[in-house]
Design a protein around this ligand. Structure first.
Ligand SMILES: *Cc1c(COP(=O)(O)O)cnc(C)c1O
Length: 413
């Protein structure tokens, strides 16, 4: 059987559609001509969910907010990579995440969410969803199955549970949430209350190459495609993968919120997916060498990298069960708190000082004062976001060049 990565160059595209062009052109058009009025009527019936597609029938092209060849080719390839029935592409990761939440949560419903999550997700949940009356309960990596069931029971809201949302590994500390446990909680509560619960995993850090949450019973994976999927720091985009049934509900809301990906951005992403496994696997190899180097430097106090022997035993058990690799995000603390961290960051030459991650160039930043500056002090301390913490996104430069840059900056602290 052809492996999923080998499909990325041509899957979902037929050169006959475009004068034999080996790659899909950019379909830079807002609307599509119907062959006749009956065809237009039928396309709308399906698009507005008044009627389901018949066997072997395909939804025709209507208008680029509903569908566009570049978006469809991209979605078919994303589904192949994730091993899912379907995918939906978005204009940003936050558009993907907020559309998923709004598609399945109504005022009065309960959302159970892991902590920490990406800053935008955290703010959307706590400042917007809570305001419109969605109940939110959070848990972190050291809560086990019983702790979570107790929390739900004590809240008196378990019969309102509609969504469990997790992010693993968590940004920026690389802590892992047990996906099997999440599925067990979902099954137990769902049985008890006799209602459907949707589970979602933000898979931006390790997917789709090194972690497949759908295999653990998770219903939807969502991505900031800005990160590894695009991998060139030149696009903002998002994606959601899952079954046809669940994705069709997400796409339905996307049509009205209008967060679909634009043709040119979709085209850029299909181009990036062709090299996804080559980039990610090389970045991962580099990361192992970098972790080994960091262990030898006297100004590095601790290292957080999934699967590393320094992570605690329970974290390592989760790692073995659900991750194929530790990935290309390395977190570590340096001597001298903020002063030491800033001196290190300001001394880097090859590695760029910038937020974002997963790109082909190496990037470093200071979560305490930058990406996570909004997180309350006590929460930062309890989840390991300290003043000396550096988050490094490892690129495809030669490992020796990255290590030499890290070394000269660490020596200066
Ligand atoms: C960047 C990021 C997001 C948000 O994605 P955008 O493309 O910036 O909207 C969500 N989750 C994680 C884990 C991220 O790193």
């Amino acid at each position: 059987m052809v492996k999923k990565e080998s499909h990325m160059m041509s899957y979902g595209y037929n050169p006959d559609w475009s004068e034999g062009s080996v790659k899909p052109p950019i379909f830079q058009t807002s609307t599509f001509v119907f062959k006749n009025a009956a065809e237009g009527k039928r396309f709308f019936e399906v698009a507005y969910a008044k009627s389901k597609l018949k066997k072997n029938e395909q939804l025709g092209l209507i208008y680029s907010r509903l569908n566009n060849p570049n978006m469809q080719i991209l979605e078919e390839r994303l589904a192949v990579l994730e091993g899912s029935e379907d995918a939906a592409a978005f204009v940003s990761g936050m558009s993907a995440i907020s559309t998923v939440m709004l598609a399945f949560l109504k005022p009065g419903d309960l959302l159970l969410i892991s902590n920490p999550t990406y800053g935008g997700t955290h703010t959307f949940v706590n400042n917007y969803l809570k305001e419109i009356g969605v109940h939110v309960i959070s848990f972190d990596f050291d809560h086990n199955y019983d702790d979570i069931l107790n929390k739900l029971k004590q809240s008196g809201l378990e019969n309102k549970l509609k969504m469990i949302y997790v992010e693993t590994p968590a940004n920026p500390t690389n802590t892992l949430i047990d996906l099997k446990m999440v599925n067990d909680v979902k099954k137990t509560i769902s049985k008890k209350i006799g209602g459907e619960i949707i589970s979602v995993c933000d898979n931006t850090y390790l997917g789709p190459i090194w972690q497949n949450p759908l295999e653990f019973g998770i219903d939807l994976t969502c991505y900031s495609a800005t990160k590894f999927l695009n991998g060139h720091s030149d696009v903002i985009a998002g994606a959601v993968m899952g079954s046809k049934d669940v994705i069709s509900q997400v796409k339905y809301l996307r049509t009205f919120l209008g967060g679909m990906i634009a043709p040119y951005t979709a085209w850029l992403l299909t181009r990036s997916l062709e090299t996804l496994h080559v980039r990610m696997n090389y970045q991962a190899e580099n990361s192992i060498k970098i972790v080994d180097f960091l262990k030898t430097h006297k100004n590095v106090l601790s290292i957080y990298y999934p699967g590393d022997e320094n992570m605690d035993q329970r974290q390592n058990q989760i790692y073995k069960r659900q991750c194929n690799h530790g990935g290309a995000m390395v977190a570590f603390t340096v001597k001298g708190n903020e002063k030491g961290a800033f001196k290190f960051l300001d001394s880097l030459k090859l590695i760029k000082l910038a937020v974002s991650l997963g790109s082909n160039e190496s990037l470093a930043q200071h979560p305490y004062s930058m990406t996570h500056s909004d997180v309350p002090e006590d929460v930062k301390n309890s989840i390991g976001i300290t003043e000396g913490l550096i988050r490094l996104s490892v690129g495809i430069e030669y490992a020796d060049d990255i290590i030499n840059d890290l070394k000269q900056a660490l020596d200066i602290i």
